[in-house]
Ligand binder design. Structure first.
Ligand code: SF4
Length: 562
């Protein structure tokens, strides 16, 4: 009996991975090599990764297995149709088929839901007895003990950056709204016995490997012990972790000592409100810069994921995020559009709010807008995304991010050149027109006459004395968000306003007036102190109107006469 397991090609509107790029940045997946390892030894099992070699649709084969996420779904179905036309049965598993088994079943003979390890040998036995069932579902999650080493020998060795891929844990302790990991693996975080992992790593050729865990430091104690045992093997490795790894100096030092050279970290957004809205508030934007510095101090290269289109993103988000990456020398920023994956809480929310534009899975690729964003139009979101992909890998931006007296400069540069060859194929696009205005609006305005201000401030001073005593009110911070749909600029003020500050504020607000801004709403709720001159100036210039009719609307504004 012969089984062909297939990883369908990654299809994308403008990202095509040439073999040269795959060789530089791509590593093999473990799903099919693990299933191959579980296949009874009297069966001839082969693997085709369509990303690196073509599928032989005329091959004499008894059973075909395809896997894939949502971006692979259309291609997986096409592959299934081609084999089934010839009478070859096809089974499908992976996150997409697990989320939408009834849909998948329309295209294949059998669907595997959840982790396939637990049902794979039953499925093969049923097939051999002519009694293949339409659905297979593991009743619980697979044990991480005694997993056979993946059949890396079945992969096209020289086609990838590396085929040395190892898994130490499965799942993630967090459950971000948009992520498939917790949906697929449940609220479990399972760790393999360390001796088995170390044996597997020891067996690999070469000194570089990739840990494909979704969060290699999800269990700090386990990770610390693992890194300690890994160190004597003198390997270099790349992996993926949540940013919480950088908050534990001992953990980070152990990771670096064990050979960690790069980490993919999902930062996602510079807005705390955004992160909260998708249940990722363990990411704290105020601590990002320190975390990045801590990683760089250990010479760990950062691949940072950012998502655009979250509910508090306005059209300034693209430039704001890119400048952050440049300022902090993030070596490889990865930009994605928010994509509601079926089965996730985000998908359910978008569906109930009627914000999904369609369910054409081919376009659920992380680079095409498939939902209605809150603060901007679909067109602006797509435009800004195309711009940031291209601009983020312009030579100018690359040099800002990689030029630094650090080790492995050439590795950083060459990885950027490989990413550039991908992203430069994104459509030409300009930065959204209000972006510059929004960048300027959000700068901090220093307060100059704090002493006078404190003496003259109104009743809020008494209420918030402590905050002022801690110099929390020495600056005026502006947080602005533009709602393109309502053509409204929402400006939240925080800190204190003195006369100079009010002049600067008025100047910036006037500078922000644009044909596209039909209303500016100023929220004074978090102003801790103000001087009466400052408020009088704002009142004279028309910034304190409380009427909904005007161009300017102030909410929670203090009375300037107090
Ligand atoms: S931390 Fe990462 S892997 Fe874990 S649930 Fe959130 S997005 Fe998914």
């Amino acid at each position: 009996m012969k089984i062909r397991l297939i990883d369908p090609a990654y299809e994308h509107p403008f990202i095509g991975h040439s073999q040269r790029v795959i060789k530089r940045i791509w590593f093999a997946h473990l799903t099919l090599t693990t299933l191959a390892a579980l296949t009874p030894s009297d069966i001839d099992v082969r693997i085709t990764d369509e990303n690196v070699e073509p599928i032989d649709f005329d091959e004499e084969v008894d059973l075909v297995g395809v896997t894939g996420m949502i971006i692979h779904a259309s291609r997986a179905y096409e592959i299934a149709h081609r084999f089934r036309e010839r009478g070859v049965p096809v089974v499908m598993g992976g996150p997409h088929a697990s989320s939408l088994p009834l849909e998948a079943k329309q295209h294949v003979d059998a669907v595997v839901r959840g982790e396939a390890e637990k049902v794979w040998t039953d499925l093969i036995r049923d097939f051999q007895h002519g009694s293949l069932k339409p659905f297979y579902r593991a009743d619980d999650y697979c044990s991480m003990e005694g997993l056979p080493p993946p059949r890396l020998d079945l992969l096209k060795k020289d086609a990838y950056m590396t085929i040395n891929c190892v898994q130490t844990t499965r799942g993630c302790p967090y459950s971000c709204d948009y992520c498939h990991v917790t949906h697929f693996f449940g609220k479990t975080y399972r760790c393999r016995p360390l001796n088995e992992v170390i044996t597997e790593v020891n067996r690999l050729e070469g000194n570089f490997l990739v840990f494909i865990d979704d969060n290699i430091a999800g269990n700090r104690q386990y990770a610390k012990e693992f890194f300690t045992q890994l160190k004597p093997l003198k390997k270099q490795w790349a992996g993926q972790a949540s940013i919480t790894i950088a908050r534990d100096p001992e953990l980070l030092r152990l990771a670096a000592d064990s050979g960690c050279v790069s980490l993919f970290i999902g930062m996602e957004s510079l807005s705390a409100a955004n992160l909260e809205s998708v249940k990722k508030s363990f990411n704290r934007p105020g601590q990002f810069e320190d975390a990045i510095k801590a990683l760089h101090d250990f010479d760990i290269m950062i691949l940072a994921g950012f998502i655009f289109g979250l509910d508090y993103d306005d059209e300034g988000v693209f430039e704001r995020t890119l400048r952050f990456c440049e300022r902090n020398r993030i070596e490889l920023p990865s930009f994605f559009l928010l994509t509601p994956l079926p089965g996730t809480p985000l998908f359910q929310r978008m569906e109930s709010e009627e914000r999904l534009l369609h369910q054409d899975w081919k376009q659920y690729n992380g680079a095409t807008v498939v939902f209605r964003p809150k603060l901007m139009t679909e067109e602006t979101l797509q435009q800004g995304f195309n711009w940031v992909c291209k601009e983020g890998y312009s030579l100018n931006s690359i040099f800002k991010r990689v030029i630094h007296p650090q080790q492995r400069f050439f590795t950083r540069l060459l990885s950027n050149i490989a990413y550039r060859s991908i992203t430069q194929r994104s459509p030409e696009s300009a930065v959204p027109s209000l972006s510059r205005i929004l960048q300027r609006m959000n700068d901090t305005i220093p307060v100059r006459n704090t002493r006078d201000l404190i003496q003259r401030a109104g009743e809020k001073i008494t209420e918030r004395k402590q905050a002022i005593g801690q110099r929390a009110a020495d600056t005026l911070r502006l947080y602005s968000l533009y709602n393109e749909r309502l053509k409204t600029l929402l400006v939240r003020l925080e800190g204190s306003i003195d006369l100079e500050g009010s002049k600067e504020l008025a100047r910036r607000l006037k500078g922000a007036l644009d044909a596209r801004i039909q209303r500016i709403t100023l929220d004074f709720n978090d102003v801790k102190a103000f001087s009466s001159e400052a408020m009088a100036l704002l009142a004279r210039q028309g910034f304190l109107q409380r009427e909904e009719k005007g161009l300017l609307v102030a909410i929670n504004a203090p009375d300037p006469t107090h």
